[in-house]
Ligand binder design. Sequence first.
Ligand code: SAH
Ligand code: SF4
Length: 433
Amino acid sequence: MTRARAAGGRAVAPVPAGTDPASSRAAVDPRPGLSGLADGVLEAWLADQGQPSYRARQVRDALWGGYASSAAEMQTLPSPLRERLEAAFRVDTVVAEEVTVADGGLTEKALHRLADGALVESVLMHYPARGGHVPGGGRRERHTVCISSQAGCAVGCPFCATGELGFGRDLETSEILDQVRHAGRRLAAGSGGGRLTNVVFMGMGEPLLNLDRVLEAVATLSDPDHFGLGARHVVVSTSGVVPGIRRLAALRPQLTLAVSLHAARDPLRDVLVPLNRRWTLAEVVAAAREYARVTGRRVSYEYVMISGVNDTEADADAICGLLRGDLAHVNLIPMNAVAHTPWQASPPGRVREFAARLAAGGVGATVRRNRGQDAGAACGQLAADRAGELPPPAVERRQESILRQSEAALRGDRSREAPPDVVPATVAAGEGR
Ligand code: SAH
Ligand code: SF4
């Protein structure tokens, strides 16, 4: 597939335009996704078919116990009903086009093609048990799936492969949930069996700009009649959509909020997370603090470490000034190398010193290992590779613009130059949520 190019030579996601996921997908396949049906819809459809009410439970068990990818696999249902179900609904909305294994089998990255051709990614990560016997010390085996909430992303962080793709569309609830079912199916079929223990919204897209569907998906995941995963085991990561954080705080779900910080000074964060031009650090941290206060849950701050850009002692001190005393924890992530970024990851020694300075300054921090570098596991990288190569002058322009803006930011100037992406669309989409 060739990548369409916007006026400035920037790449856009290889999906149809329009933000309404149902309309863009319905043009291709009008059947709604089965896993994302609102409460009561399946029951009403089954009643229309003259079916007994226990059929709904059989369908749900097939979706969430057996991870069925087609109605034909739902062996507890009579054959004519299976055919009618397949004709009325899409049982699997996220066919995996490719699964790449990395880290000696500990990381599996799936590239999904949706009904309208949009590409999104999910990553299944295995964490073996640590410390021998469990419970009473040590750590249980964990299986975490990292899922996407949008095809592409409008925020345009310059170190992120998804950001470079631009915005495609919001995912439907079933498209979000079926990524989880896909991972669960692979896990159950694997040699060790096993069940998913954690779901993290850290794949492609900004979950709080598709919050209604993300909340529907979380409700289904945590419902014991569906998947039954405690909301405590779900992480939603945001680049700082303040109205979305405030809405979450009001709802008080028991999920973990992660905030992508990446810089603790506004001029630099304006460049690294362009949404900062709309909602500044002080506003984002105040909203996250409110979330921690009302839920009693610690907020995670993600910090991608970029050599010579955001990894100095002054940066560590700025984080301490911002977060000291908060119910918060910082995850330091050495930047994954992605195409078209002029930067390098901070060296391991620098990352360790940075973590130590945070600890000395009263802020808890953990260094996270990058997963799946050999599988192109930086967020959006597989989809970006599929989208085709940009012409060299466009790459050069992009890199020059990123460097010009970050150098100005390091001098303390707030950038007046447009970010190398589509922030106005993001801001419009984010307002009122
Ligand atoms: N849009 C949301 C959630 C998806 S991104 C957000 O930004 O929070 C999930 C995480 O992956 C974010 O913390 C993001 O900053 C990080 N990420 C993106 N590109 C990366 C890269 N090249 N190296 C390391 N982490 C990256
Ligand atoms: Fe979007 Fe998150 Fe990537 Fe930024 S890091 S461009 S917010 S997906």
